[in-house]
Each structure stands twice: as structure tokens, then as C-alpha cells.
Unconditional design. Structure first.
Length: 743
């Protein structure tokens, strides 16, 4: 039986429907892939400048609006309380929004929202709030995180609020995740991910991007590689999944760095993405074959939506653009600015179109852009906003399920839905409403369903109820598919204790004998937890996997991540084995121990101290302006920005000041390694809000944080360096910098 259809709300009889005026928006300038239709389902005047949406338990759309963002080239209304969160409704049930009511108003730049725990979680910097809902009104608001987002550029503040299959809520542009247990909110470190927008696949891996790299992601489930604070993974998380950043707009493109070589082609059409935004892994289950778990990416500067096809290898994920000469959806409408994409309760995709002429922040606008804009006046496209729905041609309209009206048994059945949004919502409802009267049914599903995704969802319902036990998970691990076993192994870590050692040792032996790519990876990730209980019992398993996967770095990262606190003991045990001969492993362990001795930790675990440090002006400026490209700990981002750690360009404060003031055009060398990046780093010279003191503060922080020889410059020196314009009049090249230093 199709339970999605079984539980649809009955539409009003047509003769009893009220008539509503619904704006009609022409999409004649939009081209979509054959077999699909796109339509505007909500538009101005019902909404203005939408940036994020979510669906409630009734399937209604809630939208966060930022009408104060870039109303002009100066960003004049940025600090005004003109933002809001609205509820959009289709009262005549024809699929088009005809009514909007305000849930919250007088907000300053709200950027994210999520319907969780029977209420609304939403971000209004610097706060993350949660409010319960009564009769579509907010009540009992609490502050979940008072430091969710620092003041500063809206392009570089946390956003997303994605509820993942593991019952945690993740964000883009952040290294924290959130969860509520027994009414208490929890916050803990996680990998720093992306810039604007975040999504997940059916397994629970996370996907995100940044301006110039349209698809990044983790090869593993969240937090599997970061359990040792003195070991920082380099290959398992924050990886570029597709090397192809090409875009195919339908018309000439005005972008901020259009003057840089290679940004535009001879016809002034954008070549590679420069402002990739929100994305969605399609999980709706009604698109044609070949579309499930494709990743759709917003490219607002090109007025288009890109389609990427994922390939799963068990221990990694790859991606390729679906086509090399066209896009899934593209428009000649310069106002079409897709900034987010969502899976819907009906299995369709929903595109959040901010429909604003200028979406780049005023702090980064180049003289080139401002000059070009005087002719086409993109800044006059304001006071618009739209939500588009993409569905297969001739698709039957799906009516919304009212989850609050469903009983527990119906929710359990929905865990087997083809629609990932429905599965997630059913899981969450069962969990947070504590519907333990169906405990037996959920356990039966986890053990016996032929649907592996239903099994995984069932496991996390049980986890949310604190209803898992060791023997149950051991049974799941013996009978499940590799993906189910992976999640069971992770959940079994909670039961790593002496009384379970013997059974676990035998289970791991059997699983290792399968030589399965996915199972091996997650065994590697959990073995450290069991070795803390009994190194003698599990060391041989650890070594077996090390030898089997020693040429696969991601497995090594998983194995090493779990050894926090027992590195010395493992090293000593290895050295006492006559048969052990692996200098590479000893070298790696010694490196971790050295970092531990020096208290060199993964930056995500120092965020508390870094947050305090940002009270100094330099740290605040760095995290607002620089960290999005260079990373919170100066490690750089592949293809986007070179590392700052021990960089010769950081060691010389005058050279650093020239880069900060005037910008830098690649390639650039750091420590003898050549770094290529797609876009020039913009300088801050023409930003009137950045003073000489601000520049001095940034230099003081950067040279202290990322070099062994902290130095600074006085404001008078920086004022003089403002006049040292590169010969090109644009950004410095590395050769020009070195020539200047020789003077």
C-alpha cells in the first residue's frame, strides 16, 4: 500500500472552495530539462527576499525573509529590524500559495529555520532561538546559543539548521551541531562545513559548498574522524567532490570579479561558479530513474540550478555534472537568484528565489562591478521574492500529510516511504513525541524490514528513545546490509564496556572476514573506543585493518581518530611484538604524541577559546572576513585559498598588508608548494568600513596565530601601503609582491 497517498488530507469539495487572487508570474525566460515542469508557487507581495524555507508537520511552507539585505550598493538597511518569518498557505488547495501570515517580525537578518521538537528553531544573529508554537503563534522562546553567529557579513554567518538522520542538527559555516535531550539543548563541536546551505544523503553524509566550489562533502558520517583532538583529518571530510566548476548561463553575466582573466569567456558569459549557494540532495522518490540522490546546486550569479550525479564507493563519494553543456534549470531573468533548495513533502524540489539584483555583500563589491552596474542597474531589482516548485511533467499533485494527526502505527509505516522528507519527519515525530507504545514495531522494523533505509531510521528512533541495547545492536550487525551495519557499529560504541568485550571481539572478527569496503571503514572508526576497554582484545583487529588499508588514507584517519588517550599504550604494545615492523605507523603515532605534548589541537575543539579571542579586534575581523576562505585555523581550503600556517607571506607583515589591502591574484607558493585558486582574493582598500586600525589588528592576529614570529605594523605604515597600487590597478601577483619587498 502507498501509505503516503493513504494519509493525504481530503481536499475541500470544489463547490465549497473560496476564490483567491493568486499572482501570475511568467517563466518564459526559464529553460528546464525535458520531462520536468517549473512553476512559481509563491511570490511577491506575499513574500520578499526569502532566503530559507522549511515545511511544518502539515506541509505548510515557513519562510525566513531578509528584505534588509542589499537594497542598495551600500547595504543601507542591513541593521534594521525589517526581517520576518512567515507561514505560507494554500487555502484553496490548488497548489499555489494564496495566503501569508507573519509568525515573527522585527527581525534583523534571519537566515535559517527548522521545524523540530514541535517548535521552530531559527537563527537571528548572534542568537539561535527555539520557540514552541501555539495556534501559529510563538510562545516560550528560549536562547539555544547566544554565540551562534558573530556580528558581521551575512554571507559568512552560520546557516542551514539541517536535521540529519542521526538526530543532530547541522549547519553550514559552523563547527557546531545541536540536539535537544529531555528538554535540554546540547551543543558540541563538529567539522567546519561550507558557507551557505547544507544537505544530506539517505545514509546521513553531509554536503555543502563555498562560493567557487559548487559541491563539497564528507566521505564519512559526521564526527567519525574528529574524536581525537590532537589528530586532524585531511582526506575524509571537507572534500571537493567534483573538480568541474563550469557553469552554462543563458546570457552575459555580471559578476563581481568579471575583470579577472578566465572568469568570463569572450562572450562575457560566466565560465566557473563564483557564488554557489544552497543545495539539496534529491531524496523525494518521484523523479525519474537516475535522479535519486542527485545534488542540485543554486548558482545565483548565473541564474541557474546545476545538477550533479553522485557515485558511492563505500569509503568515499564522487560526483560529476550531469551535463557538460547545459544546466538542469537556467534563466535569462537576471533577477532569478536561487539561494536555497529543499526537498518537499510531495517529493518535489522547492527553489528559494531571493529575486534580488545584487546578492553579493557590499563589503566585497569591486569597482568593476559598480561601474558595470551603472548601465544595467541590478541594484534596482528589490522588493521581490519567489518560491518555485520543480516536478516531473504530468505529475499528480500530492496533498500534504498532517503528521500531528497520525497515530504511532502510521508513523512507523512511513519510515518505509520512498520520500526521504517523509521518513525523516516520521522518525522525528516518533522520537520527540516519545511514542514508545510502538517500541516492538520499531524494533521489528529495524531487524526484519527489507528496506535498509527504514532499518536505519528505526535505529535512530530507538536511539532517541534510549531504547537500544547491546544484544539488539549485535543482532542487527550480524544480519544487516553494510550501511545498516555501519550505523549499528556507531551506535554500539555506547556499550563499549568490559562485559561486552568477548561478544564484540567475535563480531568484529566475523565482520572483518567479509572484507566489505563500508564495514571496514566504520570498524576502523569504532575500534578505538573498544581498545580503550581492552587493548589486548582488539589490537590485532586494529592491526589487521591497518595492514589491509594502509594505502588508503581515509581508513588510517578512522583508525587513528579513535585512539585518544591510549596512543602511548598502543605504541608500547606494538613495540613489544616481535613480528611488528611498520615504521610508518610508529611515525604517525609519534606525530600525534608530539602534537599532544605541544597542545596542538584540531581547531574545532578550540572554538571556545577562539570565541573569547575574537573579543580582540583582530580575531573578530579574521573570523568575519578571512576564515571562510583560509579556515578557522589557517589551513586553507582546497581550490579556494592557500594555507596561512607558516606561510612566508604571513611572516612578512608588509607583504601581508599589501595582500589584505589590494588583494592577490594566484597562483601563489607557500612553503615551496604551488597553490592554484579559481578567483582572485579581493582587497579591502576601497571598503570604507575597514580602517587602518582594523588592518593592523588583522595582521597582529594572523601573524600571532599562524607564524612562529608574531609581528605587527603601525597604522601609519598601513596608511602608506594603501598608496602602493599594483601596476595592473587590480590585485597583486606573487611576482609583484616579491619585487616590492626587494625595494
Amino acid at each position: 500500500m502507498n501509505y503516503t497517498r493513504f494519509f493525504i488530507l481530503i481536499a475541500l469539495i470544489s463547490s465549497c472552495q473560496r476564490a483567491f487572487d493568486e499572482p501570475e508570474i511568467s517563466l518564459k525566460d526559464y529553460q528546464i530539462e525535458a520531462g520536468f515542469d517549473v512553476e512559481v508557487i509563491a511570490s511577491e507581495p506575499l513574500l520578499i527576499a526569502p532566503v530559507a524555507i522549511d515545511f511544518d508537520a502539515k506541509g505548510r511552507i515557513w519562510v525566513a525573509q531578509m528584505p534588509g539585505y542589499m537594497n542598495d550598493l551600500l547595504g543601507s538597511d542591513e541593521d534594521k529590524p525589517v526581517g520576518s518569518i512567515k507561514i505560507l498557505e494554500d487555502l484553496d488547495n490548488d497548489g499555489i500559495i494564496d495566503h501569508a501570515k507573519t509568525f515573527l517580525d522585527s527581525l534583523v537578518m534571519p537566515r535559517a529555520l527548522a521545524h523540530v521538537y514541535g517548535g521552530l528553531l531559527y537563527a537571528e544573529p548572534p542568537y539561535l532561538y527555539f520557540t514552541t508554537i501555539e495556534n501559529d503563534k510563538p510562545v516560550n522562546r528560549v536562547i539555544v546559543d547566544s554565540l551562534y553567529a558573530a556580528d558581521g557579513n551575512p554571507e559568512h554567518q552560520p546557516n542551514g539548521l539541517l536535521l540529519n538522520i542521526d538526530n543532530w542538527i547541522y549547519n553550514a559555516k559552523s563547527n557546531f551541531r545541536y540536539q535537544r535531550k529531555n528538554g535540554v539543548w546540547k551543543k558540541e563541536p563538529t567539522t567546519f562545513r561550507g558557507q551557505w546551505g547544507i544537505s544530506n544523503d539517505n545514509f546521513g553524509r553531509l554536503y555543502y559548498n563555498n562560493n567557487s566550489q559548487q559541491l563539497l562533502g564528507d566521505h564519512v558520517l559526521p564526527n567519525r574522524l574528529i574524536r581525537n583532538p590532537h589528530f586532524t583529518p585531511k582526506l575524509g571530510v571537507r572534500q571537493r567532490l567534483t573538480k568541474d566548476q563550469r557553469v552554462y548561463p543563458l546570457h552575459e553575466t555580471l559578476v563581481n570579479r568579471g575583470y579577472s582573466p578566465g572568469v568570463l569567456n569572450a562572450d562575457s558569459i560566466l565560465v566557473n561558479t563564483t557564488a554557489a549557494a544552497g543545495l539539496a540532495v534529491y531524496r523525494g522518490g518521484i523523479f525519474p530513474d537516475g535522479y535519486q540522490q542527485n545534488v542540485f546546486v543554486s548558482i545565483p550569479e548565473g541564474n541557474l540550478i546545476k545538477r550533479n550525479v553522485l557515485t558511492f564507493f563505500g569509503d568515499s563519494t564522487g560526483a560529476e555534472q550531469a551535463w557538460t553543456d547545459k544546466e538542469f534549470l537556467a534563466s535569462k531573468d537576471v533577477g532569478f537568484r536561487p539561494v536555497n533548495i529543499n526537498n518537499g513533502p510531495d517529493g518535489n524540489l522547492y527553489i528559494v528565489d531571493m529575486h534580488r539584483g545584487v546578492t553579493g555583500h557590499h563589503a566585497y563589491l569591486s569597482p568593476y562591478f559598480k561601474k558595470k552596474n551603472t548601465k544595467i542597474r541590478l541594484d534596482t531589482i528589490t522588493n521581490y521574492g519567489r518560491i518555485l516548485r520543480v516536478q516531473p511533467t504530468n505529475a499528480e499533485q500530492q496533498m500534504a500529510i498532517d503528521f500531528d494527526a497520525l497515530n504511532a502505527e502510521a508513523l512507523v509505516r512511513l519510515l518505509e516511504s520512498k520520500n526521504g522528507w517523509i521518513r525523516n519527519r516520521a522518525q522525528h515525530h516518533l522520537m520527540y513525541k516519545n511514542k514508545t507504545e510502538v517500541l516492538a514495531e520499531v524494533k521489528h522494523l529495524a531487524l526484519h524490514s527489507k528496506n535498509e533505509l527504514a532499518k536505519i531510521h528505526a535505529l535512530y528512533v530507538l536511539e532517541g528513545w534510549n531504547a537500544l541495547d547491546f544484544n539488539f545492536l549485535r543482532t542487527v550487525s550480524r544480519n544487516g546490509t553494510s550501511q545498516v551495519i555501519a550505523h549499528a557499529l556507531i551506535l554500539m560504541e555506547s556499550f563499549a564496556e568490559k562485559g561486552n568485550v568477548t561478544e564484540t571481539k567475535e563480531l568484529f572478527k566475523d565482520l572483518i572476514s567479509k572484507e566489505d569496503t563500508t564495514i571496514d571503514l566504520y570498524l576502523c572508526s569504532v575500534l578505538g573506543s573498544w581498545m580503550k576497554v581492552s587493548q589486548e582484545a582488539f589490537l590485532q583487529h586494529w592491526l589487521t585493518l591497518w595492514q589491509r588499508k594502509k594505502k588508503r588514507p581515509i581508513y588510517k584517519e578512522a583508525l587513528l581518530s579513535g585512539l585518544d588517550g591510549i596512543e602511548v599504550h598502543v605504541k608500547e604494545m606494538l613495540q613489544t611484538r616481535a613480528s611488528f615492523d611498520d615504521p610508518e605507523l610508529l611515525k604517525t603515532l609519534n606525530g600525534i604524541l608530539q602534537r599532544k605534548e605541544n597542545n596542538t589541537v584540531n581547531a574545532i575543539f578550540t572554538r571556545k577559546s577562539l570565541s573569547e579571542d575574537t573579543r580582540t579586534a583582530g580575531a573578530k575581523m579574521y573570523f568575519q572576513i578571512c576564515a571562510s576562505c583560509h579556515g578557522s585555523n589557517g589551513e586553507g581550503i582546497q581550490g579556494l585559498a592557500p594555507p596561512l600556517n607558516r606561510s612566508e607571506h604571513v611572516a612578512d607583515p608588509e607583504r601581508l598588508a599589501l595582500i589584505i589591502l589590494h588583494g592577490l591574484q594566484g597562483p601563489v607558493h607557500v612553503g615551496g608548494t604551488k597553490y592554484e585558486f579559481n578567483l582572485a582574493m579581493p582587497g579591502l582598500l576601497r571598503n570604507d568600513e575597514i580602517s587602518d586600525k582594523n588592518i593592523a589588528d588583522i595582521i597582529a592576529y594572523v601573524t600571532n596565530a599562524f607564524s612562529d614570529d608574531p609581528k605587527g605594523l603601525k597604522q601609519q605604515q598601513i596608511k602608506k601601503l594603501r598608496t602602493e597600487i599594483p601596476k595592473s590597478g587590480m590585485e597583486y601577483t606573487e611576482a609583484e609582491l616579491l619585487e616590492f619587498v626587494k625595494k
